[in-house]
Design a protein around this ligand. Structure first.
Ligand code: GCV
Length: 628
């Protein structure tokens, strides 16, 4: 694997440190990393240096990872804080105290060791193969993993899960006879303060010869306890297990008539004495539902399954909940489950990999969406409930790391928002631009903002309207297919007919989902009169002639936004042409080619969605534009 892209740590960004005499005090592995970084940047380590990194800060105030900057002195209470302080100085080093809002900021990799026949090596990966495995074997040269760990640490990430939550037969062995591979990777990540976690199969005891995985059976407890003891003997700072159970075909406690608390607590008991945690996913729903049965609503599932279990999970269980009730659509309300678990430690999961947001072929800067969800624009604020943030990674062995070079910004921004959920997503983008293109002339900075600032909203405009979601091609999920999932068992429908479109999730006449929210949100969503336009079709089945808060009818909104979104994609392509000759040729050409595809795809979305709803409704566009 060749490292061709330094992403947000190019050598020019290190000049302010590389040109200084630097004093670093203290000892420990992460202090050594700070020293190594300074040396690698060309800085001289000097006991009389005038830029100082030192331990000795107040542990109560700064914790493990915080630091304070006072002029040229960076002070932390623990080595990890010093490392964050170093990266802070690269970002301009403003004075004051910084510490993360959330203790764990984690990336989940959906990497398989083997290439899966349908999903490829990285499930929902759009950046090539795994950084960790190749041809069924661990990669021998870990240079690139080291570079990756640095990038993650510089964005604020401090935990990674290495493998796919869908645990296939080969990957089940990472917990046991292939543990050495995990240990080797843990060694690389450790140097940057990142702990390694592993996705495990709930049926692991069965994979290894036991007759059952029943969480209440002694032999199963013993199996987990022994396996876990072995893990910690090999990797003393191992983070813990990540589990997708009873979800999309993965095994789980339901097979034994047990609850998800029984299942999670089994693993938690094995991990507790070592300080490990279980991330137990709440993505549990019926994916074999009968589309004819209007009483079943997939959006309700996580809340219905998990609220009765609140308060019954062990202290080292972290319930990991997707940010929305469905599945990482470009627009969903906050999952009501997030507001309903006062007695449970909660991690909220975002998707940096762009499964439903353009698959790293489209520019779609996601931080504005995450920021709205975290701060609570139009719904409950995730930041008030989450103890941790987790995201599905968007990286692979692509030379630019993320397939689309501009998708690097999403990875960077996730780390920064997990550190500070109140951060302004456009300021974070600006930070990313400054680091990634240290010599960026104003033209490039302005052009990147022009292309990226509003790119999520543009994507939303040319895809499924008003929060109704999906309408993607089944299976790979790229491109439009309005009825693709309409008559399938997956539970993701829009119910369009000749009169209207959308899902009635009200308490009064629909599935009752709106009633899962606390007040005032349950009332806000219950009535089309108070429901935000963005979510109108998520909560309501509305006639095409229904007038939205914007003053437009539903059908005219569909036409207008689809014409606008496709126009905006074309404008992005024009804008990028202006920076030809300003960015390196390989990056320029990769982005230019992808923008061609984005424009093509946006036009396809526009034409399919508009044609579909024109044919259903028979209502012409009041501007008389061409609809096929
Ligand atoms: C890892 C969606 C994706 C699946 C993914 C699943 C999950 O359904 O399409 O590929 O599986 O989410 O989050 O577990």
């Amino acid at each position: 694997m060749k490292i061709v892209d330094a992403a947000w740590l190019p050598s020019e960004a290190w000049r302010p440190i590389g040109s200084r005499r630097v004093r670093v005090t203290g000892s420990g592995a992460l202090v050594d990393t700070v020293r190594d970084e300074i040396r690698a940047a060309g800085g001289s380590l000097d006991p009389d240096g005038d830029l100082v990194f030192t331990l000795g800060g107040d542990p109560d105030r700064l914790g493990e990872e915080g630091f304070e900057v006072d002029g040229d002195v960076v002070r932390a209470a623990a080595p990890h804080g010093l490392l964050h302080g170093l990266f802070h100085m690269l970002r301009g080093g403003t004075a004051g105290t910084q510490k993360p809002a959330l203790a764990r900021r984690m990336l989940d990799h959906w990497d398989n060791v083997d290439v899966h026949p349908v999903m490829g090596q990285v499930e929902r990966g759009y950046s090539g193969g795994s950084l960790f495995w190749q041809d069924g074997e661990p990669r021998r040269d870990l240079t690139r993993v080291r570079a990756y760990a640095r990038l993650l640490a510089a964005s604020g990430i401090n935990a990674v899960a290495l493998n796919n939550v869908n645990v296939h037969a080969t990957e089940a062995h990472l917990l046991t006879d292939r543990l050495g591979e995990v240990a080797e990777l843990a060694g690389v990540f450790r140097r940057y303060g990142i702990r390694v976690h592993l996705s495990v199969s709930f049926a692991a005891p069965v994979h290894h010869g036991l007759g059952t995985a029943d969480p209440l059976e002694d032999e199963v407890r013993e199996w987990w306890s022994k396996a876990t003891a072995n893990v910690y003997a090999t990797i003393p700072d191992f983070g813990g297990y990540l589990v997708k159970a009873d979800s999309e075909g993965q095994p789980g406690p339901f097979s034994y008539g047990r609850s998800h608390a029984d299942g999670a607590n089994l693993l938690a008991a094995a991990l507790a004495q070592y300080g490990g945690v279980v991330h137990w996913r709440a993505f549990v729903y019926n994916h074999r539902q009968d589309w004819r049965d209007r009483s079943v609503d997939r959006a309700r599932a996580a809340y219905d399954h998990f609220t009765p279990l609140d308060g019954t999970f062990a202290d080292n269980v972290v319930l990991q909940v997707k940010h929305g009730p469905l599945d990482f659509q470009p627009r969903e309300p906050v999952s009501p489950l997030i507001t309903a678990l006062p007695g449970t430690r909660l991690a909220v999961e975002f998707q940096v990999t762009q499964e439903y947001t353009g698959q790293q072929r489209h520019v779609c800067y996601l931080a504005p969406m995450w920021s709205e969800l975290l701060r609570g624009t139009g719904g409950p604020a995730i930041a008030e409930h989450a103890a941790e943030l987790v995201a599905v990674a968007n990286t692979g062995d692509d030379p630019f790391w993320t397939g689309h070079p501009l998708a690097q910004a999403n990875l960077y921004a996730f780390g920064r928002l997990a550190w500070d959920p109140a951060a302004d997503p456009l300021a974070v983008l600006d930070e990313w631009i400054t680091l990634t293109f240290p010599a960026a002339p104003g033209l490039l900075r302005d052009t990147l903002h022009e292309i990226m600032d509003g790119s999520w909203r543009s994507y939303e405009r040319y895809t499924a309207p008003l929060g109704v979601g999906f309408m993607v091609r089944p299976g790979h999920h790229y491109g439009p297919d309005v009825d693709g999932y309409e008559y399938t068992p997956w539970g993701t429908y829009h119910f369009a007919d000749r009169d209207g479109v959308g899902v009635d999730r009200t308490v009064a006449t629909g599935t009752g989902f709106a009633g899962q929210y606390p007040s005032p949100w349950s009332q806000t969503y219950e009535s089309p009169g108070s429901c935000p336009d963005e979510l109108a079709l998520f909560f309501h089945h509305l006639p095409y002639g229904h007038v939205l808060h914007s003053g437009r009818t539903v059908i005219q909104h569909i036409y207008d936004t689809h014409f606008a979104g496709a126009r905006e994609a074309a404008a992005m392509r024009e804008a990028w042409r202006r920076v030809s000759g300003v960015v390196a040729l390989d990056r320029y050409e990769r982005v230019a080619a992808l923008l061609d595809e984005q424009v093509r795809s946006a036009e396809e979305w526009r034409d399919q969605v508009n044609a579909y709803f024109f044919r259903k409704s028979g209502v012409p566009d009041w501007e008389g534009r061409r609809i096929y």
